[in-house]
Design a protein around this ligand. Sequence first.
Ligand code: NAP
Length: 305
Amino acid sequence: MRAITLDRDGAAPTARDDLARPSPGPDEVLIRVRASSVNGFDRKAADGALRGSMDYRYPVVLGKDFAGEVEAIGGTSEFRVGDPVFGVLMRSYLGDGTWAEYVTAGGGDGIARVPDGIELATAGVLGLAGATALDTLDALAVRPGDTVLVAGATGGVGALAVQYARLAGARVVATARPGPATDFVRDLGAAEVVDYTGDLTGQVRALAPDGVSAVAHLAGEGAPLAGLLAAGGRLASTIGFGPDQHPAAISIFGRPERGTLDRLADDVLAGRVRMPVDRRYELDEAPRALTEFSGALGKLAVSMP
Ligand SMILES: NC(=O)c1ccc[n+]([C@@H]2O[C@H](COP(=O)([O-])OP(=O)(O)OC[C@H]3O[C@@H](n4cnc5c(N)ncnc54)[C@H](OP(=O)(O)O)[C@@H]3O)[C@@H](O)[C@H]2O)c1
């Protein structure tokens, strides 16, 4: 099968077409992958930045998000052959990946049915960023009238975090560069936009003199953002800023569990949220997508042959 792999330590990601199709284990299904996306995790994996924290089992197939059809069932499964499914691979090692024509998923992976009315190309960009955005907003317990600062609003997680904070009734302050990025976050529902390349804390203080109720910390330094919290405020960080650094900080590890994936799909189907896609790439172009990840507004999508 075709896949994008790292073939050895330090090798650049390349397309190859000689990999064996994987076989599903007893608690897995084999999926014919149709769509995926680029996450920061993929870039870190490709750069070798996860060496030391994860085992690289070569050839490493890159990719975490998937959407496709169930092709075969390993043992017993609630899914049937032909079912459209989406989700996220959650392995403790690097080796199996979704930037391939086939992948097996089950066990500890996140997998859910794609409801009728959602295309696989849409479902393929949702999993990791969407689940992480939902987990972040759940941890912040946003209430109507809160002012929520989303730091990193222009990325995949941020684009959904802005929309979920707005849905919860908050006034959203989003970070973005001037120009198209500012238009992008306003379009998603941000009431105020602050330019993170300038005096971010000064701009936020001018908008919320008593501090903000909550911070979704998806980019930038945590400490100055935590300093912007009103009394009783909360900060949820997807980038490792936790209670050891600040008493109001919660560290988020995105968990694409069934209920979370179902919520995401339902919200997309109902039109309550959408995951913006900046650019689309064919599978063979995925290595280039990794180099074009910075500066993207929302997601970069990958589609399989
Ligand atoms: N803990 C978890 O389970 C988990 C799960 C998913 C993601 N993550 C992490 O969460 C972060 C967000 O994920 P993502 O997929 O949304 O990544 P992303 O697409 O790279 O989004 C980050 C966004 O923040 C912008 N940005 C960069 N520096 C900033 C700053 N100082 N202040 C405000 N915005 C800034 C970036 O703009 P430019 O592109 O122009 O630099 C980019 O649009 C990533 O670091 C990712 O690795 C963690």
